[in-house]
Design a protein around this ligand. Structure first.
Ligand SMILES: Nc1ncnc2c1ncn2[C@@H]1O[C@H](COP(=O)(O)OP(=O)(O)OP(=O)(O)O)[C@@H](O)[C@H]1O
Ligand SMILES: [Mg+2]
Length: 327
C-alpha cells in the first residue's frame, strides 16, 4: 500500500492517511527515547519487532472479545488501523512494583502488588505526562466518567488476558501502558502493546526483556525484543497448528419413525416435487477443538456424540475431523 499524507510523527511511530477516510497506516520506527526525551537512540529492528508483537497481542485480545484498532498488518513495519479520536490519557496497569512506583511507594522493584493498580497519565510532553486522577480527568473533560469506567474495565480485562498469555511463554507481565480512542462512538483500544510500552521479565532469570534495558543502558535491547517476539510467535504458531474441526452428522436409524421428515415430504409433494420418495431429517454439529491428534480427537468426539449429541437408541452418528483452516 502506498501511504500518502503524513498526519503525525511521534517518537516511535508515524501515522499516515490512507485512501479510506476511517483508516490510517501506523508505521513503527527504530528510534527509541527515554527519560522524558532526554535519552535518544536506535534499537535495531525495533520497529519491525514491535509491529509484529503488537499485532499478535491485538489478535489475541480480539479473539477474547476486546475491540482493538487493528485492521490488517501491511508490511514488516506498518499496520492498517482504525482512525481514532484519541483520549489524551495513558492508562497504566501494574502487577508488580517497578519504574516510578519504586520511588513513589518506597518499595523495591519486584515487590508483588496485592491487587492490580490502574493509573492515569495526562498525555502532554510539555507537562511531562503528569499522573492524574479521576477527578482531574472529569474536571478537565478529558474523558466522561462512564468512558473512564469503561477504559478501566477494559484495561483490567487486557491485563487478565495478557498476564495469562505471557505466563505461557515464561514471561512476567510486570506493567504496561494502554491508549484508547473513539471509533464510531465506541471506546476502542489503540496505539501499541510492545516491549516499548510494557515491562516484561523472564520468569526464571528475572532478566528484563523490555525498554528498561535502553533506559538503564543495559545493552542487548534488540536481542531482548527479539526474544519476546520469538517466544510469542512460537506460541501462536503452536496454537494455530493445534486447531482441529470436528463435524458430527446425526441421522435417525433406518426404520425409526420420522414425523418431521414425513411432514416435509408431504409439503414437497404439495409443491409438486412428487418424485421425492423419502425425507429423513438429521442434525449437523460443528465443533472447534484445541488438539493436534486427529485420531484421538475423533475418538473423543465419537464418545461425546454417544453421550450427549445423539440419542444412540434411535440415532446414528458419523464424525469427521479436519484441520481448522479458519484460524
Ligand atoms: N488508531 C489510532 N488512530 C489515531 N491515532 C492513533 C491511533 N493509535 C495511536 N494513535 C496516536 O498516534 C501516535 C503514535 O505515535 P507515537 O507513539 O510515536 O507518539 P509519541 O511520540 O509517543 O507521542 P505521543 O505522546 O503523542 O504518544 C500517538 O499520538 C497515539 O496516541
Ligand atoms: Mg506513543
Amino acid at each position: 500500500m502506498q501511504p500518502n499524507r503524513i498526519i503525525y510523527e511521534g517518537k516511535a511511530k508515524k501515522i499516515y492517511a490512507t485512501g479510506a477516510e476511517n483508516l490510517v497506516l501506523m508505521v513503527f520506527k527504530d528510534e527509541a527515547t527515554a527519560l522524558d526525551g532526554a535519552k535518544k537512540g536506535i534499537i535495531e529492528n525495533k520497529g519491525i519487532m514491535n509491529n509484529r508483537i503488537s499485532n499478535l497481542l491485538y489478535e489475541v485480545l480480539e479473539q477474547n472479545g476486546i475491540e482493538t484498532h487493528l485492521v490488517k498488518p501491511v508490511d514488516d513495519r506498518s499496520v492498517l488501523v482504525k482512525k481514532m479520536d484519541m483520549v489524551p490519557l495513558e492508562v497504566v496497569v501494574r502487577n508488580v512494583v517497578a519504574g516510578s512506583l519504586v520511588k513513589r511507594l518506597g518499595k523495591p522493584e519486584g515487590t508483588e502488588l496485592k491487587s492490580t493498580v490502574v493509573e492515569y497519565y495526562y498525555k502532554d510532553d510539555a507537562l511531562h505526562d503528569p499522573m492524574v486522577n479521576q477527578c482531574h480527568i472529569k474536571a478537565m473533560g478529558w474523558a466522561q466518567p462512564e468512558h473512564l469506567k469503561e477504559m478501566q474495565a477494559r484495561a483490567l480485562a487486557v491485563n487478565t488476558i495478557l498476564k495469562e498469555l505471557f505466563a505461557q511463554i515464561n514471561i512476567i507481565l510486570v506493567d504496561f501502558k494502554l491508549e484508547f480512542g473513539f471509533y464510531e462512538g465506541r471506546i476502542v483500544l489503540g496505539d501499541e502493546i510492545s516491549p516499548d510500552s510494557c515491562r516484561l521479565w523472564d520468569r526464571k532469570s528475572l532478566e528484563k526483556l523490555d525498554k528498561d534495558r535502553f533506559r538503564r543502558d543495559m545493552g542487548q535491547e534488540s536481542e531482548a525484543y527479539r526474544e519476546v517476539m520469538v517466544r510469542l510467535e512460537k506460541y501462536m504458531a503452536n496454537r494455530r497448528g493445534n486447531r482441529l474441526k470436528a463435524r458430527v452428522y446425526i441421522t435417525l436409524k433406518p426404520g425409526v419413525l420420522d414425523p418431521q421428515g414425513e411432514a416435509v415430504k408431504k409439503s414437497l409433494h404439495v409443491l409438486g416435487y412428487e418424485e421425492v420418495e423419502e425425507v429423513r431429517m438429521g442434525k449437523f454439529i460443528e465443533l472447534g477443538l484445541q488438539s493436534r491428534d486427529k485420531s484421538a480427537a475423533k475418538r473423543e468426539v465419537e464418545e461425546l456424540s454417544h453421550k450427549l449429541l445423539a440419542n444412540p437408541v434411535i440415532e446414528d452418528y458419523r464424525v469427521e475431523v479436519l484441520e481448522d483452516e479458519t484460524t
